[in-house]
Design a protein around this ligand. Structure first.
Ligand SMILES: [Zn+2]
Length: 447
């Protein structure tokens, strides 16, 4: 490799920094994201009547806050908590307005910068790459996740296959791992995607954990062995590769797709509003600045288009579609875009019940479950509705831990329990596919 002067200089500066900092915290690198979240707060606000809902929508609309829960001002409703990340210059004003209007609220993160640095345990002070053993209990960069995928593919040829289903908006490959024993027969399959929304870092951590668990337990866990013998899992650890990378390097709370060369909010698309089912109707926004922006047209995002194409191609085999999100502790199934009961409700409901029961059995963590529209809120253009419409009888979206104490900043110490319990839930759903459920034989598509 030939180094020009500039990169040689950069390499030597980097080397100097490594030598100087070693294992202690380097003062230059002490703040992640250039300390941009110092003094920012996360408010939990609970409007108790229609008037308070109206006033709150108005206040938050003016302030341009970063919505954590729900995803936009239009989804605010009575007695449902609203979690918003407020820039430091706006916090004082918001405290005053809420007090003045007598709206119930509390601050659950009083200094966001500190919380971010706690979550990742001061990234700069850790030796992430030098360990030969991959650490599943820390969050990883996109680059690390992709190298890990290559490594799994290289070292577990009997159970793992890796392929790319396309390229992202910025040209990054979209990798998928196929897990399971090869067979001459057409095996049933389960699709699992993680990291549709960039800032939900526990998602990609789960996908990696699940793959590790599946491969390791194949030799001693008869349930997992049966699953891998009879099914294939298609696991996509990072769906929204551009967004994830951007949330890692630049804007920790970025939700949408894409990243480069843009003013912060008015680029990118909500990859879970971009699917071709009641596209851009209720619960989605046609405004490019909004976090729930549905995009210029259905499947405008290459990531959505690639997954849709793959699922269309394998829809005869894929019996379950599972999408991993955070946070709320919920297991959701169709419909998302309307209040109605799906035709195979009894089969899906009982699968969801078994999943949350299995999840609870690990650490006693409770999940709510039900149709997305009534359990969370109505949103059009979501992937579970699309999967269901396209003939996948079991379509689920998980909202992992927690219920708002850490929100998107779930600490690394909770990766292991969160992923352990969720693995049980996914195993329960997959095991259910090996049994018959009567109403499944109804004609598709159901929508
Ligand atoms: Zn999400």
């Amino acid at each position: 490799m030939v180094l020009d002067h500039r990169s040689a200089f950069r390499a030597s500066v980097l080397l100097a920094c490594v030598i100087m900092c070693g294992n202690v915290l380097c003062p230059v690198a002490a703040y992640l994201y250039s300390n941009r979240y110092a003094g920012d707060q996360v408010f939990r606000i609970t409007p108790s009547n229609d008037e308070e809902v109206r006033v709150l929508k108005k206040i938050l609309g003016h302030m341009k806050v970063d919505f954590w829960q729900p995803n936009s001002a239009t989804l605010i409703c009575q007695n449902a908590t609203v979690d918003v990340h407020v820039k430091r210059n706006d916090t004082r004003g918001l405290h005053a307005r809420l007090k003045q209007e007598h709206i119930d609220y509390r601050v659950f993160i009083s200094n966001l910068q500190k919380e971010i640095e706690k979550q990742t345990g001061y990234r700069s002070s850790r030796k992430r790459r030098s360990e030969s053993q991959y650490d599943y209990e820390v969050y990883h960069s996109l680059e690390e996740i992709q190298s890990w995928m290559f490594e799994m593919n290289r070292t577990h040829t009997d159970l793992v296959d890796m392929f790319s289903i396309g390229k992202s908006y910025e040209g990054k490959p979209l990798y998928v791992l196929q897990i399971g024993k090869r067979s001459r027969h057409q095996k049933k399959a389960v699709w699992i995607d993680c990291g549709v929304h960039a800032r939900e870092w526990i998602g990609p951590a789960f996908c990696q954990w699940f793959v590790k668990e599946a491969i390791n337990s194949y030799h001693y866990d008869s349930v997992m062995r049966r699953l891998l013998n009879q099914l294939n899992f298609y696991v996509m650890p990072v769906f929204n590769v551009d967004g994830y990378d951007f949330s890692w390097t630049t804007d920790r709370f970025w939700r949408k797709t894409r990243s480069k060369n843009h003013k912060f909010h008015c680029r990118g698309v909500d990859a879970n509003r971009n699917w071709k089912v009641k596209w851009c109707e209720e619960g989605a926004s046609s405004h490019p600045c909004d976090d729930t922006y549905c995009g210029p047209f259905p499947e405008s995002e290459p990531e959505v288009k690639a997954v849709a194409k793959f699922l269309r191609k394998y829809k005869k085999r894929v019996k379950a579609y599972i999408s991993i999100h955070a946070y709320a502790q919920m297991l959701l199934y169709p419909y998302s875009y309307k209040y109605a009961t799906i035709p195979n409700f009894h089969c899906v409901e009982s699968a969801a019940h078994n999943a949350v029961t299995a999840l609870y059995s690990a650490y006693g963590v409770r999940y709510r479950y039900g149709p997305a529209s009534t359990t969370l809120y109505v949103s059009s253009g979501s992937s579970i509705d699309w999967a269901y419409r396209n003939g996948i009888p079991y379509a689920f979206a998980f909202e992992l831990r927690d219920t708002g104490h850490f929100g998107f900043l779930l600490p690394e110490s909770l990766i292991s329990p969160t992923c352990t319990e969720t693995t049980r839930a996914v195993k329960a759903i997959a095991s259910g596919l090996l049994k018959k459920c009567e109403t499944d034989r109804d004609k598709f598509p159901y929508i």
